[in-house]
Design a protein around this ligand. Sequence first.
Ligand code: NAP
Length: 292
Amino acid sequence: MTKRHIALLGAGRMGSALALAFLARGHAVTIWNRTPEKARALAPKGVRVAQAPRDAVMGADVVVANLSDYTATEEVLGAPGVSEALRDKALVQLATGSPRQARQLDRWARENGIRYLDGAIMATPSFIGQPHCTLLYSGESPLFEAERALLSALGGNTTHVGADIGHANALDAAILIVLWGTLFGTWHAAALCEAEGFPLDALGSSLGAVMPVLAESVRDSVARIAERRFAGDEQTMATVATCHASVRLLHEISREHGLHLGLPDALENVFERLRGRSGDDVAAVFQAVRRA
Ligand SMILES: NC(=O)c1ccc[n+]([C@@H]2O[C@H](COP(=O)([O-])OP(=O)(O)OC[C@H]3O[C@@H](n4cnc5c(N)ncnc54)[C@H](OP(=O)(O)O)[C@@H]3O)[C@@H](O)[C@H]2O)c1
């Protein structure tokens, strides 16, 4: 593989892992960090440390930014001489943010003659560089294809999700809300088991055992939403009425134990909005969620 010169802006937990993954593939890495000690800690591994963002960007083919958010990124990219040093180069922005923030940065990049890919890292630092590590990118396809081999250093599942610069962040947010929903459910489940004196290790193994059912429900729901198949039919696995009854029960048990009602209340709230649709497929809940 051709050796490339990478400038990395940010030597936080994630930025440091990104630097080492590029280095492991034989690329030259120059890093800048606001707190210099964090960047200097990488020097013994072969990373060059820059004193200012502009110095890092000057000699690079590709610039990767991984600061805490877009506000910090815009601040650093706005530092003296940085936009000029970036001109005609590829900028890969990997902080977590919203689609709107990616579009705003894209406008700035275009105004300054900078080629920009936005990315979302779907992993923690220890996964970086591994074959099953997922990173999502959006932006112009020719730019992604030109940098695909380089970006694969960060994870084997390096995926372009579309030309719309906001779409990596859109999919990131969509996946994150599934993760948060699952984790919120897990915390509520643990509180419920504890209140009932049920062992938590048995909860863990039982949750593992029902994951295939959960995976199938997720797949079926997304397919039905895409096809707008909300009426109950022969393939319906559970109706609104059946699922609403389960939610009411969950609410009752949680109330009896004095648990936090955030999750049962939220579920009850959306099911209440489906009055008169008890025979529909449970995927119809989507229609209650999509408009406040
Ligand atoms: N960690 C993860 O598991 C993970 C997973 C997916 C995505 N991400 C995303 O990756 C990004 C970095 O996360 P992280 O875990 O590496 O965070 P972190 O360890 O807290 O690092 C944050 C980095 O941003 C820099 N920074 C913050 N504000 C700045 C400013 N105003 N000017 C200049 N530099 C500034 C910090 O510099 P100092 O060292 O000087 O404070 C540091 O380099 C975030 O957007 C995060 O959501 C992280």
